[in-house]
Design a protein around this ligand. Structure first.
Ligand SMILES: C[S@@+](CC[C@H](N)C(=O)[O-])C[C@H]1O[C@@H](n2cnc3c(N)ncnc32)[C@H](O)[C@@H]1O
Length: 324
């Protein structure tokens, strides 16, 4: 159960619990499923078009081979995705160096979790100590966002998205990996561990345009939970808790055009009919936000994210604050 390290099989998820996969496909903005947002699956039929929702039936049919991580896609497909959406993933050793920079600043100390060593790193196996005035809970709750997250290699690192090599739990370098490690080092009971790991998931955000990569990112975050639970307690976690984690992930790892803050390609042309002496005249306008490049004037669907402190959803653009 939940043992695949690189290519998560959607069929395996539904054989354990159908609802988990349906939660991972949710879009909380549209209250439907996430959409494909790419034309690359249209060869399977019209229901796989750009604006179609991704369904469980689609991704569990064809032996569950429809959605594969970039490393398992054909070279031709990889090249098309580079051209269309600049899809080039960052190797784990670079994610690690950049994540270390964020932590150097938070801890006011260098290389707290590991020491980079060329294209590898040497993990610090001692318990992580915290600077004066900052606690491990502060670290777990501090907010992080991976923009255009692809398969989310800055957040979790079950495998290197470039080489496809799996990475053992102790050597993981993602921003969420680090937080879960901290929870494992500072809690004993299952209840406490689960409580703070949920806080860690609530503090991690990521958005992505393409639906397939987004689902893979969500799966990677979910399997990360299971990996760390097994590592800590030497048994599998409860299905109900897995569903609660999946629900948080489905809010925090979301589908968005990061240049417009709306659901990809949801802006539309608008037609106005003018009634004149000579009959009807139709005028069609492009979305004003798209025309003028102003984030605030799109007529597409602005994406909502959850504020877990207030338990209220808010538009992502409002969280950013007003700017032109
Ligand atoms: C260069 S990859 C980086 C992925 C990942 N963050 C990494 O470092 O490996 C860029 C990703 O941005 C996504 N992307 C491209 N344009 C986007 C947009 N306007 N909004 C959100 N995501 C976008 C692509 O689908 C792709 O997954």
């Amino acid at each position: 159960m939940f043992s695949e390290l690189v290519d998560v099989k959607e069929n395996n998820i539904i054989s354990i619990d159908y609802e988990i996969l349906s939660i991972l496909l949710k879009d909380h903005t549209t209250k439907k499923n996430i959409i494909w947002a790419t034309n690359m699956y249209e060869r399977y039929g019209s229901s796989y078009s750009f604006k179609s929702q991704i369904t469980i039936e689609q991704i569990t049919g064809r032996n569950g081979q429809v959605i594969r991580p970039r490393i398992k896609k054909s070279k031709k497909e990889q090249e098309q995705r580079i051209k269309k959406k600049a899809e080039v993933f960052t190797p784990s050793w670079i994610c690690n160096i950049q994540n270390n920079l964020a932590d150097n600043s938070w801890f006011q100390k260098e290389n707290v979790f590991n020491k980079p060593d060329g294209v590898k790193w040497i993990t610090n196996r001692n318990k992580i100590l915290f600077p004066e005035g900052r606690s491990w809970v502060d670290y777990v709750k501090s907010l992080r966002l991976e923009i255009s997250c692809g398969e989310a290699p800055y957040l979790v690192s079950r495998y290197d998205t470039v080489t496809g090599n799996s990475i053992p739990v102790i050597n993981r370098i993602g921003l969420l990996d680090r937080k879960i490690r901290i929870v494992s080092e500072n809690t004993r009971s299952k209840d406490d561990w689960i409580k703070y790991v949920k806080e860690a998931y609530k503090s991690i955000y990521g958005y992505e345009w393409q639906g397939d990569s987004l689902l893979i990112a969500r799966e990677n975050l979910l399997y990360t939970y299971i990996d760390y639970y097994v590592d800590k307690f030497n048994e599998k976690p409860q299905i109900d808790t897995i569903k609660e984690i999946a629900e948080i992930i489905s809010w925090n790892i979301f589908q968005m055009d990061g240049l417009k803050y709306v659901i990809p390609n949801s802006c539309k042309n608008e037609t106005i009919i003018n009634y004149t002496l000579f009959g009807e005249e139709k005028e069609t306008f492009e979305c004003i936000g798209c025309q003028t490049n102003n984030y605030h004037n799109h007529n597409g669907i602005y994406v909502k994210i959850m504020n877990w402190e207030t338990n209220r959803a808010n538009k992502f653009i409002n969280v950013l604050g007003r700017r032109k």
